[in-house]
Design a protein around this ligand. Structure first.
Ligand code: PLP
Length: 431
């Protein structure tokens, strides 16, 4: 398998090159040259295979021999070593819970897989790697936990001071070892700008291999296909499901559409967005207009320029009409999100986090129009991660043991102003 750039102006790259580079040299996103077609036999046998076996079979063609099979199987097994239960909530709506991993959000899958691949390539090169990542909340913890203890890899995380939840902050500041958390006196955008500047800094690049761990990296994007297979493995209804995906940067839903293109039977995908409605507008008008993001209670989806959407277009050969047949999109306000959380808790006793609630609402609306269908939404994070859940529901339900433990650990962060020179000194100090 080789990768091309969505901008079409870069040469082919292997899985290894694309993982190490992150972004294609022409500024585009890497995209598989060909979509693998899964055999009928494999699809029919999902129920008899282990999670690790499924992950391995799905990802193997994409890795294209750049990691030995035995090693790749080990990476897969480590990546999916927790549960992905499909939980029935109403007659026609299920939740695919993706929050039983180390940092209680779906990003654990992509981050762990990527960390293991990068570690493998870094050891192979015999060169130290510094991973830099800016986070608005969930990414930082997942990346930190995924890379904790990785040989030859240092991780530097920038997060906006006071703008992530308590649990999220502890997840990225209490690990120590090869993880450094930089608490930036600024916004997420400031963190992102600082990280980008470092990634483009030739003086640093001459001294050390610096790369990013953001969601456009194929080693984070591709393994997100796994849980769509795990959903189908648990799906016992007669007809294929409708899938609702809370979306921000559109990496997760794009992985689902990719799995569908390789043969997974899904009826329809719904991109469930908050007030950041760039994609719902695009599907309505055919025009892609990015905007500055607006803050919502489902803040992991506050994205004004969804970077993975070009990959979705590519999957459909840039044909918006073809795309509309498979994908619907809806924008859900904060008020509707909070109302949904209250209603679902009252009626079914199920605690939704704000992101899952956007997904639930979008699916419920769709099924109202299509009454004989059934579906599931992705519960992308555990409610305990978001301070708003307590305010809206008056409870966060049962606290996972890992969180109780986390609350007792001391936070370790390096505070800094939005000043690139300070960041540069810190990075050079790690070499
Ligand atoms: C990152 C995130 C999303 C958005 O996923 P994308 O792949 O960026 O669309 C949704 N929910 C939660 C909880 C997240 O952390």
């Amino acid at each position: 398998m080789r990768y091309i750039s969505t901008n079409g102006k870069a040469g082919f790259a292997t899985f290894r090159e694309a993982t190490l580079n992150g972004q294609a040299p022409d500024g585009g996103l890497y995209f598989p040259e060909k979509i693998p077609a899964l055999s009928r036999k494999f699809l029919d046998s999902l129920k008899n295979k282990s999670k690790a076996e499924i992950a391995f079979e799905v990802i193997r063609p994409f890795v294209g021999g750049t990691i030995p099979e035995e090693k790749l199987f080990e990476i897969c097994a480590e990546t999916v070593d927790f549960d992905f239960p499909l939980v029935k909530i109403t007659d026609n709506i299920y939740a695919l819970e993706l929050f039983h991993g180390a940092t209680l959000a779906f990003k654990d899958v992509g981050a762990k897989f990527m960390s293991r691949c990068l570690q493998y390539f870094s050891v192979q090169k015999g060169e130290k790697t510094i991973v830099i990542v800016a986070t608005s909340g969930d990414t930082g913890g997942a990346v930190a936990s995924g890379f904790l203890g990785a040989e030859n890899v240092e991780v530097v995380i920038l997060y906006p001071s006071g703008k992530v939840s308590k649990v999220q902050e502890l997840q990225l500041t209490t690990l120590g070892q090869n993880i450094t958390a930089l608490e930036v006196r600024g916004t997420f955008d400031d963190c992102q700008t600082l990280a980008k500047k470092a990634l483009a800094d030739n003086e640093i690049k001459e001294k050390v291999f610096l790369t990013s761990a953001n969601s456009i990296n194929i080693a984070r994007w591709l393994p997100q296909q796994f849980y769509y297979f795990y959903a189908l493995r648990q799906w016992n209804e007669k007809d294929a499901p409708v899938v609702s995906v809370p979306s921000g940067n559109f990496g997760n839903i794009c992985a689902g559409l990719l799995a569908q293109a390789s043969g997974l039977p899904f009826k329809k995908f719904i991109a469930a967005c908050n007030a950041n409605d760039i994609v719902p507008r695009f599907l309505q008008t055919g025009e892609m207009v990015s905007k500055t993001s607006v803050a919502t209670i489902s803040n992991a989806m506050d994205v004004g320029n969804p970077s993975n959407f070009v990959r979705i277009l590519k999957l459909f050969n840039d044909d918006a009409d073809k795309l509309r047949k498979k994908l619907e999109a809806i924008s859900v306000s904060d008020k509707l999100t909070a109302d949904t959380m209250r209603e679902v808790y009252k009626k079914y006793g199920y605690i939704l986090d704000p992101h899952g609630a956007v997904g639930f609402y979008a699916l419920e609306k769709y099924l109202e129009q299509n009454p004989n269908k059934k579906g599931f939404f992705l519960a992308t994070a555990h409610p305990v991660k978001f301070d708003s859940v307590k305010e809206i529901l008056g409870t966060i339900g049962e606290m996972p043991v890992t969180v109780e433990e986390l609350l007792s650990r001391p936070k370790q962060s390096v505070e800094m102003n939005v000043d690139y020179n300070d960041l540069k000194d810190i990075l050079l100090g790690k070499i």
